[in-house]
Design a protein around this ligand. Structure first.
Ligand SMILES: [Zn+2]
Length: 399
């Protein structure tokens, strides 16, 4: 047993701090590791050498600010993580290594709402196929991140809102997938994973206070506060779509009237264009037409942007984020939607709450959630398993 405060336990704690910093960021220069962990440059240098000799990390030459530097990442063959993302109409799976490289990724159409059991069957199949394709041994799986399109109750692990996913009533998604794969599974809703994905891999890199707003069949937000996803006890934090904009507005699926969602989500916005543009228009199509200069579609996208901007202004006043990242199909509209969002924020937010805010489109498109699931698996795995080389002891191979 190591005595707390002893030289060896201090050394061990430093090793874990360095491994954790690299695990969460993907790769860091030694100077960045020193900044992140608060350790001295000399200590970091010694620890990196020890980790490299033990095969835990890889060091490659790079340049930082025009100067030669050494980039440190976890060893690519130390283990793998798996991301599984259930959308309303698709299933997407990615396999990545601990150095944040995606080794395999595939998406297939799936009516997720229909049946949870069928969804898990398909996920199990796709995971098995992708692992086989990468040729990595299953004993190397460190964990799975799982995304579902609804709020997850943090205590019980059950899906909170059955109105959104009727076929999933009572489902415990993490437990279900853990039973099938035999490895640790961590679950979160799609908006939170989108936020995590953009923070680790995309438009939110290097930012500690961020909101990821996804406009699709609904409007949701993933909130990152001081570097951590904020979920709330019922997993419902970030329901920006149900901020009231007009209390005599259209009736929302939540039962209220005039929620932001009723001015921004596809099901409410598309009917506005039906008489002029036909009934088989999709949000994707509206964005494309708007980019080609269609005045009606441009007007609708601008109005959606103004309304989202009102919601973002409220968010700024409450949380003062430094970045808002817009995800989903709508982000493809670029300045056509981002301009009106910024305009509303300028009009409705307290100036000091929005001064440092940048509003950017997501960099990952439809991959944000599955990459966020990889990031979740990476953030939840422990460092002791890596340092002791006993990954297979906590994550037994499944058959
Ligand atoms: Zn509502």
């Amino acid at each position: 047993m190591e005595t707390p405060g002893s030289q060896s336990s201090l050394h061990r704690a430093n090793l874990e701090r360095v491994v954790r910093a690299v695990r969460l960021a993907g790769s860091l220069t030694q100077a960045e590791i020193a900044r992140t962990t608060g350790l001295s440059a000399a200590t970091v240098s010694n620890i990196v050498r020890e980790l490299k000799d033990g095969g835990t990390v890889e060091v490659t030459p790079t340049s930082a600010g025009g100067r030669r530097a050494r980039s440190v990442s976890l060893s690519g063959d130390a283990g793998i993580v798996i991301g599984v993302d259930f959308g309303h109409t698709h299933l997407r799976v990615a396999v990545g290594n601990l150095a944040h490289q995606v080794l395999a990724e595939e998406s297939e159409p799936l009516d997720v709402d229909a049946s949870a059991a069928q969804g898990f069957d398909r996920a199990e199949e796709l995971v098995s196929r992708l692992i086989a394709a990468t040729g990595v041994d299953r004993s190397k799986i460190a964990g799975v991140g799982l995304g579902v399109p609804g709020p997850i109750d943090v205590e019980s692990g059950t899906l909170g809102s059955t109105a959104i996913l009727p076929g999933w009533t009572g489902a415990r998604p993490a437990e279900e997938l853990r039973g099938r794969l035999g490895v640790p599974v961590h679950v979160d809703n799609d908006a939170n994973l989108g936020a995590l994905g953009e923070m680790v891999w995309g438009s939110g890199r290097g930012v500690k206070d961020l909101a990821y707003i996804k406009v699709a069949s609904g409007v949701g937000a993933g909130l990152v506060i001081d570097g951590k996803i904020y979920r709330g006890p019922g997993g419902t934090a970030g329901e920006i779509g149900h901020i009231t904009l007009d209390e005599s507005g259209p009736v929302c699926r939540c039962g209220n009237r005039g929620c932001l969602e009723t001015f921004a989500a596809a099901r409410y916005v598309l009917p506005l264009l039906q008489s002029s543009h036909g009934t088989d228009l999709t949000m994707d199509g509206v964005v494309r037409l708007a980019r080609d200069g269609d005045p009606g579609c441009r007007r609708v996208i601008a109005d959606v942007g103004r309304h989202i901007g009102s919601g973002v202004a409220n968010l700024c006043n409450l949380l003062n984020p430094s970045r808002v990242v817009l995800g989903g199909d709508l982000a493809e509209a670029g300045e056509l939607v981002l301009g009106p969002i910024r305009e509303s924020v300028g009009r409705y937010a307290i100036p000091s709450a929005a001064r440092q805010l940048s509003v950017l489109p997501g960099a990952l498109g439809g991959r944000a959630e599955v990459l966020g699931a990889l990031a979740l698996a990476l953030s939840e795995m422990g460092d002791s398993t890596l340092l002791d080389g006993s990954l297979s002891a906590v994550a037994p191979a499944f058959t």
